[in-house]
Design a protein around this ligand. Structure first.
Ligand code: SF4
Ligand code: SF4
Length: 162
C-alpha cells in the first residue's frame, strides 16, 4: 500500500499535469488521423469532384449520396462532362474509414484533421455539398470557360507509373 501511495505522491510532485484546456487549447492530431471530409477545388476554382459516385460505391456504410449533372462551357463547375449537383454525407453512418478518399479518381474528397463535427439533431448530421466544399479565393463556380478547354474529367498523371 505504501508503494502505491508513494507512486501517487511521486506523480503529484514530479510530473507535469497532462490535462489540455479544450477548446481553448487543441492537441495536434496524428499524422494519419481521419476527420471531417472536405471537397477540394483546383487552383482555378473549379471543383475536383466530377460526380462519378465511386466514393459512394466504395463506402461500406452507405453514407454518401451523389447526384451528377452535365457541365456546359457557359456553366462549368468541374473539368469534364459532369459535376456533382448533389453531394451529401450522412455523418451518423460514417465510420471514417477513408475508403471514399481512396476511391476518388480526382482526389476531390479528403478527410482532414477537423474533429469538431458535433450536431444535435438528425438533419444536422447530413453534411451537404455547400458545407463540404472548400471556400475559394479564386473564381467561384459556376464559371464561363472557353469551349474545349476542360474536356478531361481526370487530370493527366504526372507519373503514370506512380
Ligand atoms: S470515410 Fe468511410 S464510411 Fe465515411 S463516407 Fe468515407 S467511405 Fe463512407
Ligand atoms: S468525390 Fe471523387 S469519387 Fe466521389 S463523386 Fe466526386 S469525383 Fe467521384
Amino acid at each position: 500500500m505504501l508503494k502505491g501511495l508513494w507512486q501517487t505522491l511521486k506523480s503529484m510532485i514530479f510530473e507535469k499535469p497532462i490535462t489540455i484546456q479544450y477548446p481553448e487549447q487543441k492537441r495536434p492530431v496524428r499524422q494519419r488521423f481521419r476527420g471531417r471530409h472536405s471537397l477540394k477545388r483546383y487552383d482555378n476554382g473549379l471543383e475536383k469532384c466530377i460526380g462519378c459516385a465511386l466514393c459512394a460505391a466504395a463506402c461500406p456504410a452507405d453514407a454518401i449520396f451523389v447526384e451528377a449533372s452535365e457541365n456546359t462551357d457557359e456553366e462549368r463547375y468541374s473539368p469534364g462532362e459532369r459535376y456533382a449537383s448533389t453531394y451529401e454525407i450522412n455523418m451518423l453512418r460514417c465510420i471514417f474509414c477513408g475508403f471514399c478518399e481512396d476511391a476518388c479518381p480526382t482526389e476531390a474528397i479528403v478527410l482532414g484533421d477537423n474533429y469538431e463535427i458535433s450536431f444535435t439533431d438528425r438533419p444536422g448530421s447530413i453534411y451537404t455539398k455547400d458545407m463540404l466544399l472548400d471556400a475559394t479565393t479564386a473564381k467561384p463556380t459556376p464559371q464561363v470557360t472557353k469551349p474545349g478547354e476542360f474536356t478531361k474529367a481526370v487530370p493527366v498523371m504526372k507519373d503514370p507509373s506512380d
